[in-house]
Ligand binder design. Structure first.
Ligand code: SAM
Length: 301
């Protein structure tokens, strides 16, 4: 990797920038409440030559609210990013300033924006953030859970096996965990969280900055019961308490800590018990469901 330096202050005459090129502006938009649009975001969208948006219909509504008439509104999303990304980069190299927006909040968070940023950096194009609303951080700061260290996990994958793998890897993450979730999957996700982490404290942050903004704080079981009585509607961030000091100490001092699951299992199998019993012991040591151990040991294709 070659070290590169970008000074946004001097972005217009940055020495690394291809001659005559424009810049890529990452413009935050509100996550519900239009008053969260910043003055700088409005000005940047007014001044840029091109606005690239995840959903152009959605963005048109926002632009018309702020009386911004885009010179060119370009679609950039998960399904066209392979073709659209390089095309946008060409425009910037030709001298156009481009603003990237997502449907809501910060672009490049749980959307394909990060790919465009990587392309821009590779091409020597200055990347300039225009910060603003973000659902995960708004949920975190109002959760009441520790904010010193946290891990943003975004959306969980769809497949049960993949969910388990991701959650298992998050068991060693430090601090509070943040997930995005849709209302129709939230109950299932709570079940997965409980299976992976036990009955920890969580906060369901719903419809942030909107009229029906709500925070439900309790254990996973309590929040699950709440959702059964109050069917989920709207957008959610799940904030999950991190590993407690006691849990961390127990895990840290565990004799099997340095072993892989295979080595851990081999240890028990050597003591003349069945594989099924050995898996049960491994699962119990690690505080996870037996199925999770079984899935990890399945041959990978
Ligand atoms: N770029 C956005 C950001 O900076 O927060 C996130 C976009 S992601 C595609 C959409 C997810 O963010 C939703 O499914 C939901 O989990 C979360 N989200 C967005 N707006 C929200 C809101 N107003 N209240 C709660 N969660 C929200």
């Amino acid at each position: 990797m070659t070290l590169t330096r970008q000074s946004s202050f001097q972005a217009r005459d940055d020495e690394n920038k291809p001659a005559g090129s424009g810049s890529l502006y990452l413009v935050a938009t509100p996550i519900g409440n239009l008053e969260d649009m910043t003055f700088r975001a409005v000005r940047t969208l007014q001044e840029c030559d091109i606005i690239a948006a995840e959903d152009t219909r959605q963005t048109r509504k926002l632009l018309s609210h702020f009386e911004i008439t885009p010179n060119l509104l370009f679609s950039y999303h998960e399904h066209n990013k392979a073709a659209s990304g390089p095309e946008l980069i060409r425009y910037i190299i030709e001298g156009k300033n481009l603003a990237l927006v997502s449907d809501a909040g910060l672009p490049a968070i749980s959307d394909p924006g990060a790919d465009l940023v990587a392309l821009a950096i590779n091409a020597g194009i200055p990347v300039i953030p225009i910060p603003g609303a973000n659902a995960a951080l708004s949920a975190l700061i109002s959760s009441g859970l520790p904010t010193t260290t946290f891990t943003f996990a975004g959306f969980l994958p769809r497949e049960r096996k993949d969910i388990r793998t991701v959650l298992s890897s998050l068991r060693s993450a430090q601090g509070t965990l943040l997930f995005y979730e849709s209302p129709h999957r939230i109950l299932k996700t709570l079940a997965h969280l409980q299976e992976a982490f036990g009955n920890r404290r969580i906060v369901l942050a719903r419809e942030l900055t909107k009229r029906y903004e709500e925070f439900v704080r309790g254990t996973i079981e309590e929040c699950n019961a709440w959702l059964l009585e109050h069917p989920p509607i709207g957008e959610y961030v799940i904030v999950l308490e991190g590993e407690s000091k006691e849990e961390a100490e127990v895990a840290e001092s565990a004799w099997w800590r340095q072993l892989s699951i295979e080595e851990h299992l081999a240890h028990y199998e050597a003591s003349d018990i069945t594989r099924k019993e050995a898996m049960k012991k491994v699962a119990s040591d690690r505080g996870v469901a037996k199925r999770e151990i079984y899935n990890t040991l399945l041959p990978k294709d």
